[in-house]
Design a protein around this ligand. Structure first.
Ligand SMILES: Cc1cc2nc3c(=O)[nH]c(=O)nc-3n(C[C@H](O)[C@H](O)[C@H](O)COP(=O)(O)OP(=O)(O)OC[C@H]3O[C@@H](n4cnc5c(N)ncnc54)[C@H](O)[C@@H]3O)c2cc1C
Length: 222
C-alpha cells in the first residue's frame, strides 16, 4: 500500500477515530492479486466504470469524450494513451513519444505522467509500455464499499504486520558473503538469506542505498 498512508501530515487532517481513505482507494483488476483478496473476503464492491463518465480538460473546460466530439487534440492524447500497450517507439519520455500539441499537454501530463506518479516529461513511454504488456489482470477499477483498504491489508497480512519495521531507512546492502547484511541509517544491522528491494527507481538511481558489490550498470540506467 502506498506510503501515502504513512504520511502523518496527511493523516492528521482527519479527526475521525476510524480509518478514512485518503486517496489510494481504487483497486485495479477484479482478478488482480488485490482483487482476489477482496473476492475471498466476499466484500461488497463498487464498479467504478459505472459510476461516472470520464471528463477531459482542455481550454480549462471539463467535458466528456462524447461532448468534445472529434477534437483532434483530445483524440491525439487518447490514441497515444490507449496505444501504450503496443507502443513500439524509442525509449523516450511520454511527452516526446506522444508529440501532442501544446493545448493537449496538460491532459497528456495527467493521463501519462501523473497517473504513473510523475510528469509526462519524466515518465518513460517504453518502460510503462513494457509494464502494461505483462499486466495479467483485467485492470477494471473498483473500490470496496464499506471497508477501508487499510483494514483489508492489515487483516490479510495480520501474521506479518508485527514483523514489519517502520521508519527504518536502509543505507547499505552487502550481498558479497553467504549472508546478506542490511545496514540502516542508525548503523543497526540485519542479516538475511534473501532481500527484495522495492524502493522507487529514483532511490536506486540516486544512490540512496549503497550496494556491495555495486548493482550492474544497466539496472541503474533503467
Ligand atoms: C495520491 C496517490 C493516490 C494513489 N491512488 C491509487 C489508487 O487508488 N489505486 C492504486 O492502485 N494506486 C494508487 N496510487 C499509486 C500507488 O500508490 C503506487 O503505484 C504504489 O504505492 C507503488 O508501490 P511501490 O511499493 O512500488 O512503491 P511505494 O509505495 O512508494 O513504496 C516504496 C517504499 O520504499 C520506502 N523506501 C524508500 N527508500 C528507502 C530506504 N532507503 N530504506 C527503506 N525504505 C525505503 C518508501 O518509504 C516507501 O514506503 C496512488 C498514488 C498516489 C501518490
Amino acid at each position: 500500500m502506498r506510503s501515502l498512508r504513512n504520511q502523518t501530515e496527511i493523516l492528521v487532517q482527519t479527526s475521525a477515530d476510524f480509518p478514512v481513505e485518503l486517496g489510494a482507494e481504487v483497486v485495479y483488476g477484479t482478478d488482480s492479486a488485490m482483487g482476489k483478496i477482496v473476492s475471498k473476503y466476499n466484500l461488497a464492491k463498487i464498479d467504478l466504470t459505472t459510476q461516472a463518465v470520464d471528463q477531459y480538460i482542455l481550454d480549462s473546460a471539463a467535458k466528456s469524450k462524447e461532448v468534445w466530439g472529434a477534437d483532434p487534440d483530445l483524440n491525439a492524447v487518447l490514441n497515444f494513451v490507449n496505444g501504450l500497450p503496443t507502443y513500439s517507439g524509442g525509449d523516450v519520455s511520454m511527452k516526446q513519444a506522444a508529440g501532442v500539441s501544446t493545448r493537449g499537454d496538460a491532459l497528456l501530463n495527467s493521463m501519462a505522467g501523473n497517473l504513473y506518479g510523475s510528469s509526462s516529461d519524466r515518465v518513460g513511454a517504453k518502460g510503462v509500455s513494457d509494464d502494461l504488456k505483462i499486466k495479467a489482470h483485467d485492470n477494471k477499477p473498483f473500490t470496496v464499499k464499506t471497508n477501508p483498504l487499510q483494514d483489508l491489508l492489515s487483516s490479510r497480512f495480520s501474521q506479518i504486520v508485527s514483523k514489519v519495521q517502520l521508519n527504518t531507512i536502509v543505507k547499505s546492502i552487502n550481498y558479497s558473503g553467504d549472508k546478506i547484511v542490511i545496514t540502516d541509517k542508525e548503523g543497526n544491522q540485519i542479516e538475511a538469506g534473501k532481500v527484495i528491494v522495492t524502493t522507487s527507481l529514483g532511490v536506486l538511481k540516486g544512490g540512496g542505498i549503497a550496494f556491495s558489490p555495486a548493482l550492474p550498470l544497466p539496472r541503474l540506467l533503467l
